[in-house]
Structures are given as structure tokens and as C-alpha cells.
Design a protein around this ligand. Sequence first.
Ligand SMILES: Cc1cc2nc3c(=O)[nH]c(=O)nc-3n(C[C@H](O)[C@H](O)[C@H](O)COP(=O)(O)OP(=O)(O)OC[C@H]3O[C@@H](n4cnc5c(N)ncnc54)[C@H](O)[C@@H]3O)c2cc1C
Length: 434
Amino acid sequence: MKNTWVNWGRNQRCTPDQLAKPASADEVAKLVCLGVAERKKVRAVGAGHSFSPLCPTEGIMIDLSNFNSITQVNQDLMQVTVGAGIRLFDLNERLDSLGLALPNLGDIDCQTLAGAISTGTHGTGLGYHSISEAVIGLKIVTGDGGVLECSAGIDQNIFEAARVSLGSLGVIIEVTIQCVPAFNLRAIEQTTNIDHVLELFEKAIPVADHTEFFWFPHTAIGTLKINTKTSESPSYRSPYKAFLSDEVIANGGFELINKYAKISPHRAQRLLEKQLSTDRKISYVAPSFKVFCSKRRVRFVEMEYAVPLEHLLEAFKNVREITNQLDHPITFPVEVRVLGADQIPLSPAYGRKSGYIAVHVYRGTPIDPYFQLVENILKEFDGRPHWGKTHSLTSRELSNLYPRWDNFQSVLAELDPDGHFSTPYLDRVLRNPA
Ligand SMILES: Cc1cc2nc3c(=O)[nH]c(=O)nc-3n(C[C@H](O)[C@H](O)[C@H](O)COP(=O)(O)OP(=O)(O)OC[C@H]3O[C@@H](n4cnc5c(N)ncnc54)[C@H](O)[C@@H]3O)c2cc1C
């Protein structure tokens, strides 16, 4: 019997012809060759944390979860080679035990390394970049079953394209990352009036290591988060209080409110507002990866766009206005982050300092008209969608947003001219001009 695959957000599913968990490069190569011989598409899958239909396939789905070990460590250069299917939570712990860390991380740590880099997964901080930027070498099983190694020094064009490639170039089996010494962060979280949050956020962007804010729709309340590198030791956080705020309130209580919102949206909204206390401030110190990442147990669907940093606050103002006008209340906060420019051809932060605006709805809730209205606004600011999140753009529109689109296309034509690794979604965003 065939297995059904479902993503984390429960908005994507498929029944692949075969769901394989190879344990060696040879086994991956055999699966790729089998796909080519039998004219079945081959798709690598990570932890299924993308909301866009990146993974679904009717062909052969390859799960790299057996590729989860550290295979090489160069302590002097702080470079680590690791199986591409390792989950970030595992990677973070193992790096920490080596006295190392990734310089920046996103909100959660459940993704695989290959999945995270393939979509340009990012955290926040103008002096920082996405996880893909930390990649310095890749080993990829390509359409002919061969293993291609690339880095800045070997096949540089392929390497640059493959750092954010949506699984379109082949199956990544190994990743070498440039780490930094393990570090602690002081986290400061402040919930207050959104206008005050905006003032503080604008001041913090150029100076803080990592800053972001959340705005709670239909309210004047926001939460600002500032994380700063520190030499202080981790501070004590009562396990009971942490459980109460992280699990009971942030996850359990929020899930209940979202379920209630399906029956009685306006009442649920009022209940949610009552939970938000302004002038709440917390501060603590912890190892970087424990501050960056938290548990997200309430399932949702998300859209996120990167706009040029100079337009971020205007774009947010417009998103706020449109959100407040919706008939159906939005229970999830809007999240706003920043990131430095990079040079990776398909990175949403390519060539420009970027501001990211993300909107979410509870799983099973219609995304439109909310997402459509917000997307229209962000498109006006030359927004580039997060590859792993919902959006409606086609390759024609995307090609105008990425100055090095043609570079990526030439690598795609070289490594997968016949689309063995493609899917209907990849055809839409990378191949067929609609
Ligand atoms: C709760 C939640 C929080 C999130 N927070 C953030 C955040 O803070 N910042 C952010 O930027 N994003 C965030 N995301 C999005 C998420 O980081 C990306 O969608 C990421 O790609 C998911 O990784 P994954 O391992 O689940 O990959 P999947 O979703 O399984 O796959 C993603 C892509 O990677 C490709 N891929 C996977 N493995 C391989 C491989 N071995 N070789 C080649 N291609 C491969 C797949 O083909 C697919 O194209 C979040 C998502 C969720 C659900």
C-alpha cells in the first residue's frame, strides 16, 4: 500500500509511488536512476515544514533522515560537514558540544539542514544572513546518478545556485557549514503599544544583533524582541514558569482560542485581546540556539515576503491597515524581521538589505482574502516570496525580481534539463513562464 505524505501545516499532501529512506549515497543514486529509467519524478523531502507545494510528488519521494551524522570537523577553521537530512535541533546540540554554533537561526529548529537551506530559511538581524549563507560546500546526487561536489572553489556557479535551489538541482546528501564559536544571547521581550514598538524597532535595526517584532491584529499591541550577543552566563528560568508561558499559554491556550475562533471568531478575538498584557517585559540569557528557536505546536499556514529594507515600515503600515479592515478577525500575530543582503541567486535577500513580513492563519482556515490582500501590497514593494511559504507568483513574475535569474536557469538547464526533479509547483515558479 502506498503511504500518504502530509506537511506540517496540513495544507499539502501527496501519495508518492514510493517513499524511500536511503542510507547511503549509492542508494540515493539508485533511486534517482530508477526514477529516470521509469520516467518517475524524484523529489527530496526534509521535515515537511514548507507551506508551499514544494515537496508533493506522485513519483519517488526521498527522505534523507538517515543522513544525520557529522562526518568531518575542522576545529581550527570551525567548519563542519554533516549529513543533509540532519534536523536543526540535532545539529545545534552537536555543534554546541563542539563549542560551535550557526551564526543565526529562524524561529524553530525542526527543519532539516537541506530543507532549510533549499528555501532560504532565515532569522533576523541586519548584520546576519540566512542559513544558506553559512554553507561552504555541498555534495549532490545529480540526475545521472553521479555525485557532484561543489564549493566556492569548485564549480562555483553550481555552488551558488545550489545554496537556495528548492530541491530542483538534485538530492543534497552532505553540507559543509562555516560555524562560529558557540555564544550566548541576552533576550529582551517587551509587549507594549505598537507605535512604541515601531519606534524602538527602527532604532534597534542598525545596532541590535537580532531584532524583530510581532503585531497582534485588530489591537494596538505589539511585542518587540531584541537578542544581543553577551559574555554573561545563562540565567535561571524557572522550569515551571517557562512551561506555563511557552507551553500552556503560548501553545495550549492559543490552540484553544484558535479552535474557538472557528465557531465564534469575534468572541475568540476578544478573548485573545484579554490575554495580551501590555507593558510586559522579560529578559534572560541562554545559549544562542535556545533563544533563537522556540516550540510552535499550534499548526498554521504562512505567507512571508522580503521587501527592500527602506520600504519595510511603509509596507507594514499598509498591511496593518488592510488587516484591521478584514471582516474575519485574524488570530495570529504578523511577524516582522530584517536581514542583510547576500549574493545567492535565488535568495529573497539577494542584493538588498531586506525586511520580511509574515502573515499566518490557523490550519484549516481559508487564507484568502487575507493573504491575497497582503500579497498585493507586498508585490507593490517588489516583494520576493519566501520559497517555502504560500504565494501566488509565477516564473514570469519571479524572473523580474531576481537579477541573477538567468544564472540559476543555466545551472538548472545543465543539471536537470528534463525536469526529473521537478513538480507542478517547480514548473510554475522555475520553468514555465505563465
Ligand atoms: C512552524 C514553522 C516555523 C518556521 N519558521 C521559519 C523561520 O523562522 N524562518 C524561515 O525562513 N522559515 C521558517 N519556516 C519555513 C521552513 O523553514 C522552510 O519551509 C524549510 O524549507 C523547511 O525545511 P524542511 O526540512 O521541513 O524542508 P521541506 O519543507 O521538507 O522541503 C523544503 C525544500 O527543500 C528541498 N529539500 C529537502 N531536502 C533536500 C535534499 N536533501 N536535497 C535537495 N533538496 C531538498 C525539498 O525538495 C523542498 O524543495 C517555518 C516553518 C514552520 C512550519
